[in-house]
Design a protein. Structure first.
Length: 496
């Protein structure tokens, strides 16, 4: 039996080589791998002795030779294949151990392009793919975590077809991920003709949105985000719904520079409060909708202290996310064994967002801007304090499911109407819940003046919305009749 060893990352390779020798394998190797095996005292033959050619082009050409690839691709179950290689003096290869140049590590280090090009492996993927194609005759190892199982199976006679197929699948996956990194690096278009993802399964989830659905969480180490980099400090692993809700809550909380607390239920805000004190911010968010926050997600953009933690434990919450927790706060929160405590560092990613539909995928840039302009279009002007409160409400409505209306008193959301199929229903829900609020924000323009009429009836003093409707003047006239300030932003924020 013959094993070809050619690895960039030599972790564990000498131990594997020793086991292979004890199993009766003849070793052949290249370059740095050859040197490492020789220094470890392993009997090994240089590839040049097999091919009859020295390494060429500074090592770019080492294994690209019929004496190697015919040995890998020869099918042992086909006598004609064996006869052909024997006639050429070529011995079959039974095992390929290979990993690739560290292209991903180069990306992490932001190396210059000429260095990145040199990290594009050619011979390695060719050997791996050849062995994987011929997996009935040749085994292939391309990850260090495969070595131990291979040795155990080799000693116990467990190198069966199912295992060979598993290794082949892992090999093609390894090469596909590698090629995806290169293709993405070379093609910098925002929306290229072809998209190649290289993501890794981080967690198999208990279930999806519902118990009868299966789910998993995948991440990309080269495109880290708030959730992929978050640390679970207490409680059960995050579920599918936890991840979706936490994404909505954290995204909104971290979109503010000032201190805020955001409560989310079913991926839409149910309360938001602004205050530098996390305790005060939470009380404001909670007061918006004490019913809906039960069983929800709460996110802060400031460190959580002990008084806030104690207050948070008074109701059932699924997840509490923040950039940090004091030791006293953690002690208090960890008493609730099922409460997920999530430490979230960094800032929201600005990479394009994927959404799947039946039969395809949608890709769009994230909605990172808030407004194009701030144009007061009415006779009544908002005060500086009201304008500040309007922008707070407009930031929240941007994260609410459309159609969405937010009513605010400037410090908190007093009422939120979200996920409605028409704007007047969203308005009525928000106004009914938000009695006492004097500011109103809408994620899209008003097609009629009915929203203004409802707002006037409930005491609203200032409104912010994108504008752009053919009926804008009707809403402006209604605001002027009722002495309401109206601000146009020029930017819609639908969220489906």
């Amino acid at each position: 039996m013959r094993a070809l060893i050619s690895v960039y990352d030599k972790t564990g390779i000498t131990s594997l080589a020793s086991e292979l020798v004890s199993l009766g394998y003849e070793l052949i190797s290249t370059g740095g791998s050859l040197k490492a095996l020789q220094e470890a005292g392993c009997p090994v033959t240089a590839v040049e002795e097999v091919t009859g050619f020295p390494e060429l082009l500074g090592g770019r050409v080492k294994t690209l030779h019929p004496a190697i690839h015919a040995g890998i691709l020869a099918r042992k179950e086909e006598p004609d294949h064996l006869a052909q290689v024997e006639a050429q003096g070529i011995k079959p290869i039974d095992l390929v151990v290979c990993n690739l140049y560290p292209f991903e590590e180069g990306l992490k280090k932001h190396l210059p392009q000429e260095e990145m090009i040199e990290l594009i492996d050619i011979g390695g993927p060719t050997m791996i793919r050849s062995a994987a194609k011929n997996h009935k005759s040749v085994l292939v190892l391309c990850e260090q975590n495969q070595y131990e199982e291979f040795v155990k199976r080799a000693k116990e006679g467990g190198l069966d077809e199912e295992y060979r197929k598993k290794l082949a699948a892992a090999a093609f996956s390894h090469c596909a991920g590698y090629d995806a990194r290169i293709a993405t690096y070379l093609n910098q278009e925002l929306f290229p003709e072809h998209i190649h993802l290289s993501v890794t399964r981080s967690q198999v989830l208990r279930y999806g949105e519902n118990p009868h659905q299966e789910a998993a969480f995948y991440t990309d180490p080269l495109s880290p985000g708030l959730l992929s980099e978050a640390t679970l400090l207490g409680g059960k692993p995050l579920s599918y719904n936890n991840l979706r809700d936490a994404d909505a809550a954290i995204g909104l909380a971290y979109s503010f520079d000032e201190g805020v607390c955001i409560a989310v239920k079913h991926c839409t805000p149910c309360g938001a409060g602004r205050a530098e004190s996390t305790f005060e911010a939470y009380e404001l968010a909670y007061s918006c909708d004490p019913v809906s926050i039960f069983g929800g997600i709460v996110a802060f953009n400031r460190q959580v202290d002990a008084p806030t933690a104690k207050k948070l434990t008074e109701i059932f919450l699924e997840v509490i996310a923040a950039p940090g927790f004091t030791e006293e706060a953690l002690e208090i929160l960890r008493v609730k064994k099922n409460l997920r405590i999530l430490e979230v560092k960094g800032k929201p990613s600005e990479r394009p967002l994927f959404t799947s539909v039946d039969g395809g995928y949608l890709l769009q840039t994230p909605d990172t801007k808030l407004y194009e302009k701030l144009e007061v279009v009415t006779q009544t002007k908002p005060t500086e304090e009201e304008m500040e409160g309007l922008l707070f409400a407009f930031q929240v409505v941007k994260f609410a499911k459309s159609n969405a209306i937010v009513v605010s008193d400037g410090k908190k959301t007093a009422g939120i109407g979200a996920g409605n199929v028409n704007r007047i229903d969203a308005t009525r829900i928000a106004l009914e819940r938000g009695q006492g609020g004097t500011l109103l924000a809408s994620d899209a323009f008003f097609p009629f003046d009915d929203v203004v009429e409802e707002a006037a009836r409930m005491g609203i003093r200032a409104i912010i919305q994108p504008g752009g409707s053919l009926q804008d003047q009707a809403s402006i006239d209604a605001c002027n009749r009722h002495g309401i300030a109206l601000v146009f932003t020029g930017m819609r924020h639908f969220r489906h």
